[in-house]
Design a protein around this ligand. Structure first.
Ligand code: SF4
Ligand code: SF4
Length: 430
């Protein structure tokens, strides 16, 4: 099984072991051991939630730097639509695109342009007979990994269509070769400007049979000041934008789903809500749904951990920006959308061990499950985190797996100490 490369890491020197992050991690991937946090790489989905909540900035995203583009002769920027929401009073996307050219990129290709194509093809894909419904969007990489680890029975519901970032990278490369036949494929570098760390993990890991076409991923927060400086000095920008309301709408929760033009959809954002929805889909409690859009971040990609703006302000900005745009600049007729090019698809999701699996052996798993339940019943149930685990149940699992000692629970220790003192008193009375 291929090792998963993560894009969220811990700076131990800054971690105080305060336990704030352990309660927020959606997959219970964090423990505090020896006075600092430890991330379980098999559980982490790179959602970035711990980066957001750590009061000591001990969690960080491991991404590239814009200097990593220097090795390429022809540099293409792929701005995520959430980038446009970072600027006050922006009424024309071309200022951002021109700014990217002015800071050194040779070309820009809007991810929102590719998003409009993905929306057009998804509308048709949903009409294909026999596909598992509700079809779940694969656009948020943190959600895809969450499903694989925590909801493996829903794996077949994930649409095996590549996200707009990848389609943008492929088309941008093809266009560059067509316009500049002197370029070799290795001369072209594609840089995604990302709102979240999960996109970086996606680029590093791809899918089982698919390698990402993106070379470098830089956070919006790293490029923001450089870009704003360039935009402030820009004259009238060239007409560069080739996307409309649909493509830019992908930056906020519900944008992708409304572009399906089918009222049988559900859109949820924020990791807790996403988990609740997946629980209900798994239990069969949400019937008659055709399409589900899930975003790990609050508000959608505008709420990514690597953005600069509050997601609600960002959403309001995009609403006013979209008002001046055509519905789509990449509309495909029903006939055109009928045949989805092969390069829009991937074949297989990677194989991960679901986190609920305790052992390879079924009998052993059952025994461990019973032991966990028994120990959990002996614990106080406060989920205080002082043992370093997020809940008493998670602590019981750690003890049964041999990763923690029962005495790590301060309340158990307190009882044992009390008992010891009482026994000591009895001995002295004798
Ligand atoms: S929130 Fe987590 S990573 Fe940050 S200081 Fe506290 S224990 Fe360490
Ligand atoms: S990135 Fe998300 S899943 Fe990974 S440790 Fe942090 S909170 Fe948990």
């Amino acid at each position: 099984m291929k090792k998963y490369e993560h894009s969220v890491s811990l700076d131990i020197s800054k971690c105080t072991g305060c336990t704030t992050c352990i309660h927020r991690c959606p997959t219970e991937a964090i423990r505090v051991r020896d006075h600092h946090a430890v991330i379980d790489p098999d559980r982490c989905i790179d959602c970035g939630e711990c980066i957001r909540v750590c009061p000591h900035s001990a969690k960080k995203a491991v991404l590239d730097h814009i200097k990593d583009m220097d090795r390429f002769k022809w540099k293409i920027a792929l701005p995520a639509p959430s980038l446009y929401a970072q600027f006050d009073n922006l009424d024309d996307v071309d200022y951002v695109l021109q700014g990217l050219l002015d800071i050194g990129f040779d070309d820009v290709f809007e991810v929102s342009r590719a998003a409009e194509l993905v929306s057009a093809y998804t509308r048709n894909y949903l009409k294909v007979e026999g596909i598992q419904k509700p079809a779940i969007s694969s656009a948020c990489p943190a959600v895809v990994r969450l499903i694989e680890l925590r909801f493996p029975f829903l794996k077949d519901n994930i649409i095996k269509m590549l996200p707009p970032m990848e389609i943008a990278a492929k088309i941008a490369r093809d266009e560059a070769i067509e316009k500049h036949p002197e370029l070799k494929p290795e001369d072209i570098g594609v840089c995604f400007i990302s709102p979240c760390p999960a996109k970086m993990s996606y680029v590093r890991n791809g899918f089982s049979d698919y390698e990402s076409k993106v070379d470098v991923v830089v956070p919006i927060s790293d490029i923001y000041f450089m870009l704003i400086n360039a935009m402030n000095h820009a004259k009238q920008p060239k007409c560069l934008s080739e996307s409309g309301m649909i493509g830019i709408g992908w930056a906020t929760s519900g944008g992708e789903a409304t572009a399906i033009f089918n009222e049988k959809y559900l859109a949820a954002d924020g990791i807790d809500n996403v988990i609740r929805v997946l629980d209900q889909i798994e239990d069969g409690n949400i019937p008659h749904l055709e399409f589900v859009e899930l975003n790990a971040c609050t508000g959608g990609c505008v709420g990514g951990a690597l953005t600069m703006q509050n997601p609600f302000i960002a959403k309001a900005r995009l609403q006013s920006l979209r008002r001046y745009l055509p519905v789509s600049q990449n509309f495909l007729s029903a006939d055109e959308a009928k045949y989805i090019p092969e390069y829009y698809f991937f074949n297989e999701l990677p194989e991960y061990s679901p986190i609920s699996r305790l052992s390879e052996s079924m009998a052993e798993s059952m025994r461990m499950m019973a032991d966990i339940q028994k120990l959990k019943n002996q614990l106080p149930g406060y989920d205080c985190g002082s043992c370093g685990a997020p809940t008493c149940r998670a602590f019981a699992e750690d003890v049964v797996k041999g990763l923690a000692k029962k005495s790590d629970c301060v309340l158990i220790m307190k009882d044992r100490f009390k008992e010891y003192l009482e026994n000591l008193g009895e001995d002295e009375d004798k």
